[in-house]
Every structure is written in structure tokens, then in C-alpha cells.
Design a binder for this molecule. Structure first.
Ligand code: PBG
Length: 327
């Protein structure tokens, strides 16, 4: 056939018509909002490189979580900033650690809000790496024990889901076994399965004070050049007991999201990371792009690529916009 019988513009004539044939939709139910928790009282400390995001003390966190819940966002993911760091990340798995306290408070006040906890050690380690370090080497197997303890302490506090982001080999299995052994077989694992050694984590590392003090994360996080390897990582995590698999970051890895979605019949999450957020915010603040439209275009593209859910610092803003108009 072809032109003049085919005229794609026919179905673009009006907004209602465009809506009828729209293939991808973003809804508030797709979004997970990351929150940073710190010690103190009455603290709501802005994060300079992430306009609109803050570090919250427990009381302020509760207010923020209420607002998030009232906007219809179904889930949050928590990141902790400890009081003290050491070489065994002790505060990551302390019973009264900042995350453990935050989970208890949030679950008590907002039992329906899904509380996901990031399971990692870098924020709690004096050297800022995601595992135990010996002679400059990031140790794999001895780290699994600490990660399991951390996940377990989150589950004990009442976390609805745990999300290991460390990229140690075998951590999903270690965490699954620890949870099952202690009576938490019902707690799902959202695995950061294909997590790349990315430049786009910069603002997060400022927010969470988690930058490595020597070297970088490329001996455990993935090489940005690799796509097939992402499928192997995802396959391993599913085999080890992951319930949801994640690709992170999102925008430079839309092809990976698509391949994961097409290869495995499991829910796929994508992390629209801090640097991706900061770029849009910075350009919008300079008046160089329309921030709202860019935000929605980005979220849409991540869903179109195949993500079922998106972790994003835009969650609140997008929820407000979606309450006014479908996208
Ligand atoms: C912890 C962790 C990081 C992010 C989430 N969990 C940082 C890192 O790996 O250095 C990044 C999130 C973001 O940039 O928004 N390992």
C-alpha cells in the first residue's frame, strides 16, 4: 500500500484520537520514590545537585512519606546516612541503625505504603566501597554475610522488600537463604541485577556521602559497553531468587531494559538515577528545555523500553502532573 492510502497523520489529528492509539502510558502506580534518611531532628536538608530532593531526619521523613503516599505513589526506597562509618559497615545492620528506625516508623504510620530498602554497604563503610576491603581488594564472599545481615535487619524492622545494590556475586542467594531461614520467606527481593559503573551516580554519592575513597567500582559494577553480560547477570539473579530485576541507570541502557524484558518473564524495574535527574533539572533551570515535558518524555521512554516500574526522583512531580492530566 503506502501513500496516499496510508497517512499516519490521520490518527494524530486530535488529542482524544492520539490517546486512543497511544501504546505506552505512565501512571503514578509505576513509580517508586527514593528517600534519603539521616540522624537528627527537624532536618530537611536540600541536596544541591538534586533540586527538590532532601535528606530527612526521621520526623521530617514521616511528613514526606505521607505526602508521597497521598499523591498516590505506591512505594518508596530508603537510603541511609549513618552517624559513623567503619570498615565493617556496622551501622548497616545495627538493630537501631537509621534505616531500621525509619522502616519501623514508616510502617507504623503508613502501613500500606510499600517500603523498599536499599541493601548496600558503601554509605556505611569508611572507604566507601560496597564490600569488605583487604589490601585494596574488594572481597566478595566475606561481604555476603554482611549483606545478608543487613537485609535481615531490614526485614525484621518490617521492610516490605529488600533491594541489594552492591553487585557482589551470589548476594541474592545469600540474602534469600538468610531471609528464608529466619522466617521472612514472604519478603521479595528486588535485585539491582544489571548495575553499571556509571558516571550518572555523581549526585547520589554527594547525597548519600558514599563515594569510594580510593579507586572506583568497576571491579564489581558492570562495564557500560556490555549488553550480553547484563542478560547473564539477570539470569543468575533470577536463579538465585530475585523476584524483580533492575537495570540501572535507565537512559543510557534502554536497549538493555528491552532485552531483559524480552528475554525473561519477570517484572523489570529501571532506575532513573540521580545524574539523569540532575541533567534535566539543570537544563530546565537554565531555561534550556521544558523540564516538565522532558521529565514525562524520559519516564515514557523507560516504560516503552519495557520497564514495569521506575525508581525516580521525579516521582512526586510526575504524580502531581498525572493527577491533572493523563500521559
Ligand atoms: C549504592 C547505590 C548507588 C545508587 C543506588 N544505590 C550508588 C553507587 O553505586 O555508587 C545510585 C543511585 C542514583 O544515582 O540515583 N551502591
Amino acid at each position: 500500500m503506502g501513500f496516499p492510502y496510508e497517512r499516519p497523520r490521520r490518527l494524530r489529528a486530535t488529542e482524544p484520537l492520539r490517546r486512543l492509539v497511544r501504546e505506552t502510558k505512565v501512571g503514578v502506580e509505576d513509580l517508586i520514590y527514593p528517600l534519603f534518611v539521616r540522624h537528627g531532628k527537624g532536618v530537611k536538608e536540600p541536596i544541591p545537585s538534586m533540586p527538590g530532593c532532601h535528606r530527612f531526619s526521621l520526623d521530617a521523613l514521616l511528613q514526606e512519606a505521607k505526602e508521597v503516599w497521598e499523591l498516590g505513589v505506591p512505594a518508596v526506597i530508603l537510603f541511609g546516612i549513618p552517624e559513623r562509618k567503619d570498615e565493617r559497615a556496622s551501622e548497616a545492620y545495627a538493630r537501631d541503625g537509621i534505616i531500621q528506625q525509619a522502616v519501623r516508623e514508616l510502617k507504623g504510620a503508613l502501613p500500606q505504603l510499600t517500603i523498599i530498602t536499599d541493601v548496600c554497604l558503601c554509605e556505611y563503610m569508611s572507604h566507601g566501597h560496597c564490600g569488605l576491603v583487604q589490601d585494596g581488594i574488594i572481597l566478595n564472599d566475606p561481604t555476603l554475610e554482611l549483606l545478608s545481615l543487613t537485609a535481615l535487619s531490614h526485614a525484621e524492622a518490617g521492610a516490605d522488600m529488600v533491594a541489594p545494590s552492591d553487585m557482589m556475586d551470589g548476594r541474592v542467594r545469600a540474602i534469600r537463604e538468610a531471609l528464608d531461614r529466619e522466617g521472612y520467606s514472604h519478603v521479595p527481593i528486588l535485585a539491582y541485577s544489571a548495575k553499571y559503573a556509571s558516571a550518572f551516580y555523581g549526585p547520589f554519592r554527594e547525597a548519600a556521602d558514599s563515594a569510594p575513597q580510593f579507586g572506583d567500582r568497576s571491579t564489581y559494577q558492570m562495564d557500560p559497553a556490555n549488553g550480553d553480560e547484563a542478560l547473564r547477570e539477570v539470569a543468575l539473579d533470577i536463579e538465585e531468587g530475585a523476584d524483580i530485576v533492575m537495570v540501572k541507570p535507565a537512559l543510557s541502557y534502554l536497549d538493555v531494559i528491552r532485552r531483559v524484558k524480552e528475554t525473561f518473564c519477570v517484572p523489570v524495574a529501571a532506575y532513573n538515577v540521580s545524574g539523569e535527574y540532575a541533567m534535566i533539572k539543570a537544563a530546565a533551570q537554565s531555561g534550556w528545555i521544558d523540564g516538565e515535558r522532558a521529565m514525562m518524555e524520559v519516564l515514557l521512554s523507560i516504560k516503552r523500553a519495557g520497564a514495569d516500574m521506575i525508581l525516580t526522583y521525579f516521582a512526586k512531580e510526575a504524580a502531581r502532573l498525572l493527577a491533572k492530566k493523563a500521559w
